[in-house]
Write a protein that binds this ligand. Sequence first.
Ligand code: ATR
Length: 272
Amino acid sequence: MDRYAVFGNPIEHSKSPLIHSLFAKQTHQSIEYGRQQPDDDQFNAAITAFFAQGYTGANVTSPFKLDAFRFADELTPRAKAAEAVNTLYKRPDGTVLGDNTDGEGLVHDLQRLWGSLDGKRILLIGAGGATRGIILPLLTAKVSSIHIANRTASKAHGLAAMFEGEGKVSSSGFDDVPEATFDGIINCTSSSLNGDIPQISVKIFSNAVFAYDMTYKAQQTSFMQWAKKHNAEIEISDGLGMLVGQAAESFYLWRNVRPQIEPVIQTVRAML
Ligand code: ATR
């Protein structure tokens, strides 16, 4: 039986073992999936021992995504663009592939909720690792433009510069977001985890069709409530579907079988 695990610190609350066991059941695959919590400076030793013990793959979460990026023998283009790895796969030839499925998980969830992203103008709030990982997958899904707005403007500018030549990507601080119309707004900051909202003008919501928060909670997040308050027509979602979607992409890489995410989202949602 092929064995997998998720690496992170802390890791006890990770939903990945549940999600992957639901995928395995749904697709009639027989796998084992556990949790690994190395000390913050022990990722390399832990992952080396893990693969030496015959494990096939790993998911990687905070704070180890950069360690995993450095550990991989080969990287997918989307992992290179993200400069972070959330999925490791020990291939039959013994080499370890590093992938990043976060962006694809988000794109699939947005398409599931709101259809094609073709031609959509997207505002991304935040300029950390979460934002970096989704830019290339959004451009690949044919969005027409991406504007990155960050509390610290210089970080937004730095990120936009990384994607120069790949598509229409602009940047600003919170105070000078262009008076443009956005079709979709994605909160890539972790502000909702503390019940905060980014200090950005509510004008961003005026003509938007959807607002998506990458974090998730049992109830609507503060960002979702804030969006709805300033545009009653806007459709809102939290990021649980992105979590399940990135897991589905990892499962597909390892097993070559694509699970249905909708029933798994429902099961996990019911347990929040
Ligand atoms: P991650 O890798 O999860 O994206 P990160 O690299 O620490 O985490 O980035 C966090 C992002 O959320 C940053 O863009 C941060 O803004 P700054 O660059 O100005 O620090 C943003 N962020 C976090 N909390 C925020 C808040 N309460 N309001 C606005 N932005 C916030």
